[in-house]
Design a protein around this ligand. Structure first.
Ligand SMILES: Nc1ncnc2c1ncn2[C@@H]1O[C@H](COP(=O)(O)OP(=O)(O)O)[C@@H](O)[C@H]1O
Ligand SMILES: NC(=O)OP(=O)(O)O
Length: 317
């Protein structure tokens, strides 16, 4: 099949939890719709790199092996970095297949490429002292305390929604497969990569070593968008726009904010830690590293409209 490259701008898209769901069945269903929104962008000539979260999925895989291993005595425990790599493969497979099918239906002659990605993190990152990244399913307090005793894992209460396992979330420093991703992207592939922010690895003199942690995918997407000088970083989540006074009667949507304004809102505590705050911070990291770039936060449903400047929140340098 002859491949075509889009003629429009280049974007790095980060997909949030609502694009994927929590179980293989739910994910398979949801990605059919997610793919339509990605292909809407492709149909407009946009060149897309797709990244995605993996918190629920990496937790599910790790937990399933731990449970089976404890109960049948035959199944091996699955180390956390390997569970992260499995989550990239499984999510990437669903996303890629759904995007390919949607393009086939629309007669678009493009193809996808999945890259299982590693991201270098530093051993002295303070994040290792304080696990904050929720992974896996929501549990009751009782279930979480029992699991913590059984496994030695850390569990924390997650924003009033229940208890979840938490792991360290170190800062991404370098994407190991960066050159391969760039080559595939420049050749016209829709590249699905850096899932879950990439499997975190320490880089030694001669080797790489997987690390039991989960990187924030928006932060890795921002680093990749800056590295590749992508025209836009597009963070897709469950809301059309970022807001001030979120969830209050005087909530007001933000159409555009520059870095100084965003920092002021951060100081005022306008963005919830663990949800909107890391997204706005990721956008700042991107526009400050690549001031010509524009970051967009919007919903999956509004992605193509947001790229046309019709909705969403734009963050500039
Ligand atoms: N100031 C804010 N403006 C808009 N949404 C906010 C704000 N603060 C918190 N949120 C919440 O953050 C959510 C996005 O975070 P999260 O669900 O963790 O992301 P993801 O889509 O990556 O899974 C939004 O759906 C919204 O409920
Ligand atoms: N890795 C990551 O950021 O995953 P979630 O978006 O699922 O938390």
């Amino acid at each position: 099949m002859p491949y075509q490259k889009g003629t429009g701008k280049s974007v790095v898209v980060a997909l949030g939890g609502n694009a994927l769901g929590n179980t293989p069945q739910e994910q398979y269903e949801l990605v059919q719709d997610t793919a339509k929104h990605i292909v809407d962008m492709v149909a407009e000539g946009i060149n897309v790199i797709v990244t995605h979260g993996n918190g629920p999925q990496v937790g599910m895989i790790n937990n399933a092996f731990a449970y089976a291993s404890a109960h049948d005595g035959k199944t091996p425990e699955m180390p956390f970095p390997e569970a992260g790599a499995m989550s990239q493969g499984y999510i990437g497979y669903h996303l890629s297949q759904a995007v390919l099918s949607e393009m086939k239906r629309r007669g678009i002659m493009r193809s996808t490429a999945n890259v299982v990605t590693q991201t270098v993190v530093y051993p002295d990152d303070p994040a290792f002292e304080n696990p904050t990244k929720p992974v896996g399913a929501f549990l009751t307090e009782e279930e979480a305390k029992r699991k913590a005793e059984e496994t030695g894992w850390t569990y924390k209460e997650d924003a009033g929604r229940g208890w979840r396992q938490v792991v360290a979330s170190p800062k991404p420093r370098r994407i190991v497969e960066s050159d391969a991703i760039r080559d595939l992207f420049e050749a016209g592939y829709i590249v699905v990569c850096t899932g879950g922010g990439g499997v975190p690895v320490f880089e030694h003199d001669d080797t790489y070593e997987g690390v039991p942690a989960v990187i924030d995918k928006d932060r890795s997407a921002a680093m990749m968008a800056a590295t590749f000088k992508a025209d836009m970083l597009v963070i897709l989540t469950a809301v059309d726009k970022v807001a001030v006074n979120f969830g209050r009667p005087d909530q007001a949507d933000i159409d555009v904010m520059d870095a100084a304004q965003a920092r002021q809102y951060i100081e005022e505590g306008q963005f919830a830690p663990g949800s909107m705050l890391p997204k706005v911070e990721a956008c700042l990291e991107y526009v400050e590293a690549y001031p010509q770039g524009r970051a967009l936060i919007t919903s999956l449903e509004k992605a193509a409209a947001g790229l046309r400047g019709e909705t969403g929140t734009i963050i500039t340098a």
